[in-house]
Design a protein around this ligand. Structure first.
Ligand code: ADP
Ligand code: MG
Length: 160
C-alpha cells in the first residue's frame, strides 16, 4: 500500500510507531536501504517532536535531543549514519538556506526528519514519507503517505 492510517491513543503509541520505523530507517532490516526523508505535518503539540525524539532514541542517539524550533537544525551521528532534524516553523527566507548549502543534507543515505515542511515552500523535494498527526479526542490519528519505493516498503512493513 501507499498509505496507512493508524490510531495513536496516547503518547506511548506515538513512541511505538517511531520504534517500529527506526529499524527500517537505520539499515537494520534486510532489503530496506538505510536512510530516508520524512516530512511531519500537524498542529502545534500534535506530537511531531515527540515522534522524532522516539525515533532518534530507537536509532541509538544518546544524550540530549533538543527541539530545533530555534536553531532550525539539529544533527546527530550514530556509527556512520547521519540524522538531521529540522523545524521550519520560524523559517522566513528560503534563500538563506539555499545559500547555506542545506541541500547537501538531503543526501540519500542520511535520515532527514522535517517538521513544518510546508513553511519551506517548494524548497524541499518530495519526501519518502509524509506523516500527518491529527488531534483525535485525547489521542492522535496518524496518516502515512508514501512517495517513493522506499516509503512504500516502510508502509508495507508497518501495515498490520
Ligand atoms: P509538536 O512538535 O507537534 O509541536 P510535541 O511533540 O512537542 O508537538 O508535543 C506533543 C505532545 O503531545 C507531547 O506532550 C506528547 O506527550 C503528546 N503526545 C504525543 N503523541 C500523543 C498521542 N498519540 N496522544 C496524546 N498525546 C500525545
Ligand atoms: Mg515540534
Amino acid at each position: 500500500p501507499h498509505a496507512l492510517t493508524l490510531s495513536l491513543p496516547d503518547e506511548d503509541a506515538t513512541t511505538a510507531l517511531a520504534e517500529r520505523l527506526a529499524p527500517l530507517l537505520s539499515g537494520q532490516v534486510p532489503g530496506v536501504p538505510l536512510g530516508g526523508r520524512i516530512h511531519l505535518h500537524g498542529d502545534l503539540g500534535a506530537g511531531k517532536t515527540h515522534f522524532v525524539r522516539a525515533l532518534l532514541r530507537a536509532c541509538g542517539v544518546t544524550g540530549r535531543i533538543k527541539s530545533p524550533s530555534y536553531a532550525l537544525l539539529e544533527s546527530y551521528k550514530v556509527s556512520s549514519l547521519y540524522f538531521y532534524h529540522l523545524d521550519f516553523y520560524r523559517f522566513s527566507d528560503p534563500r538563506e538556506w539555499v545559500d547555506a548549502g542545506f541541500r547537501d543534507i538531503l543526501q540519500d543515505n542520511a535520515v532527514v526528519l522535517i517538521e513544518w515542511p510546508e513553511k519551506a515552500g517548494d524548497l524541499l523535494p518530495e519526501p519518502d514519507l509524509d506523516l500527518h498527526l491529527d488531534y483525535c479526542g485525547d489521542g492522535r490519528l496518524a496518516t502515512l503517505d508514501a512517495h517513493s519505493a522506499k516509503g512504500t516498503l516502510w508502509i508495507t512493513t508497518l501495515a498490520p
